[in-house]
Design a protein. Structure first.
Length: 391
């Protein structure tokens, strides 16, 4: 057999459906409500900080595990908000986005045969992260309309081989914000089975209607068994900068840092300097950010409901999961292709968030991290969709 093939690991997952939708969108000139990146400007202060750092020649490798000012800012802000002490030197590792933070974490802690519990629908990277790190994923379903899990089903997913559980709150794609009670249930299982909680908190500040973000690291007994990840991408509207980080118990930091070092050496040095400035923005920055996203959420909810989508209202992050049964298409992929090609709006097929594609076949995810005129243009284009397909 020819050796000019990809590895077994690489053949176990497909290319990203989300990024494929973005490419199709370019091809058909659509309105891109698929991939979660803002189409508006990043804060001027942090753009200036990045330019200043480059002009001041912060242009060589930063310390592998992250420039000190950014690591210290990460530690300081986590402690200020949640009261948990974090040591920048022993616990914070800066990576190329939280995407790399997740990969470095998984590769750093997983041995072949270890199991990792993943809630579905899940952010699509977690599947390949598990495969590449050699983990066996165990999926537990979040049930609409409010995306709760069955505690017995969760308990049944844990066993002696469980190394970790991945939590993402506020959640992509559902907009769910995990409650304290839910986190306590998860934490009890982590303690019982000596498992690690890997908590993706990238949407920490994008939260609505008085809901509160609770890091699982702050639940009793969890600080020394939680790896928290976050980044600049969503909070500061700089998804292209690729700066993220982990906060880990000192006992796990060394493993993460070694993998990170050999994967990427380090994140962009001048952008780390700007990141330290970003984390110092006043609290009003974060409340304004959440309020602006709440308005966009309400705008897109109104648009989608008017065009006959059944919407699951999100309480955090910047996506709306919808049910598309009303349109009578055979599945989500065909509907998503039709929507981008003939209507001119890109969204993400629900099946890309599920292990079993059939479970997501009636769902479609839209994002609303877009300017008002972008959302209004999607509205105009969808007039065609309703006329053509709703029976
Ligand atoms: C849940 C979740 N985690 C991580 C990421 C990627 O973040 P980063 O840009 O820091 O790699 C995303 C981006 O959409 C996301 O939705």
């Amino acid at each position: 057999m020819s050796k000019l093939t990809g590895s077994k690991k690489a053949t176990q997952f497909t290319e990203s459906v989300i990024r494929e939708m973005t490419r199709l969108n370019h091809l058909y000139g659509g309105v891109n409500l698929s991939q979660g990146f803002p189409d508006f400007a990043a804060p001027a202060a942090i753009k200036e900080a990045a330019c200043t750092a480059i002009n001041e020649d912060v242009n060589q490798y930063a310390v592998t595990w992250g420039a000190r000012p950014l690591r210290e800012a990460v530690a300081r802000e986590f402690t200020r908000r949640y009261g948990l002490p974090v040591a920048a030197d022993e616990q914070v590792t800066v990576c190329c986005g939280s995407t790399e933070a997740m990969m470095a974490t998984m590769m750093g802690i997983i041995d072949p045969g270890d199991e990792v519990v993943i809630f579905e629908p899940f952010y699509e990277n977690y599947g390949p992260d598990a495969i590449l790190s050699g983990a066996t994923p165990r999926y537990v379903t979040l049930h609409e309309p409010d995306w709760t899990f069955d505690p017995d089903e969760l308990a049944a997913a844990f066993n002696d081989r469980t190394k970790a559980i991945i939590i993402n709150t506020p959640n992509n794609p559902t907009g769910k914000v995990f409650t304290r009670e839910e986190l306590e249930t998860i934490a009890a299982l982590c303690r019982k089975w000596d498992a690690i909680a890997i908590s993706d908190e990238i949407y920490e500040h994008i939260i609505y209607d008085g809901r509160q973000h609770i890091p699982i690291a702050t639940i009793d007994g969890m600080a020394d068994r939680t790896i928290t990840m976050n980044g600049l991408s969503k909070t500061y509207s700089v998804t292209g900068w690729r700066v993220g980080w982990t906060i880990s118990p000192p006992s796990l930091t060394g493993a993460i840092r070694k993998v990170h070092d050999f994967l990427t050496v380090g994140a962009a040095a001048p952008l780390q300097e700007a990141g330290a400035i970003a984390l110092g923005l006043p609290d009003t920055y974060y409340t304004d950010l959440a309020e602006a996203y709440r308005r966009r959420r309400d705008t897109l909810l109104e648009i989608l409901e008017r065009h006959h989508f059944t919407c699951y209202k999100p309480y955090g992050a910047y996506y709306i999961m919808t049910d598309i049964s009303a349109f009578g298409f055979p599945n989500d992929i065909e509907f998503a292709r039709y929507l981008v090609k003939d209507v001119g709006v890109a969204a993400v097929p629900g099946s890309s968030f599920y292990k079993n594609a059939a479970t997501g076949a009636t769902k479609l995810r839209f994002c609303f991290c877009k300017r008002d005129e972008t959302l209004r243009e999607a509205d105009r284009r969808m007039a065609k969709l309703v006329a053509a397909t709703v029976h």
